[in-house]
Design a protein around this ligand. Sequence first.
Ligand code: ZN
Length: 177
Amino acid sequence: MNFSGRRLSRYRRWHARRRRELQAKRTKSAIRRLKRRARREARHARHVNHTIGKEVVAVAQRTGRGIALEELGGIRDRVRLRRDQRATHASWPFHHLGDVLAYKARKAGVPVVTVDAHYTSQTCPRCGHVARTHRPTREQFLCRQCGLAGPADVVAAVNVRNRARRAWVLVNAPAPA
Ligand SMILES: [Zn+2]
């Protein structure tokens, strides 16, 4: 994937700072500029979502895979952010990203499975043990039971994928006679 989360959050932080500067002014023109800025930022976020959606669906289609999504709110709950990142992250239109993905996937004939996001960051994908203590830091996962270690984001994504696979098997299982 070509999306630099770091570059994006820098962009968001820069906007947040400009917004604060303008808010401090409170003149008519400052308010006008503030509104224009908010619109531009929202447009940019939607554009980024479309770019992400397009690439994710293209990869899924090319490799004959489906797409697993955490149900809405999952991303926000799972990712623990520094205080200064919270505002920009909370305002990111995840709902729109979900809509874009679902729409593009449907058009391309790519299956989408939405899964329960609970404990995706605290569950060990190897032994199934669930504990808060599997996260020594925000970025790391370390299973206290079996020793599995890895980047927390990747481990959470593996859990999402596994849940989606189970749901997919269930949905597509032949109905009992
Ligand atoms: Zn484990």
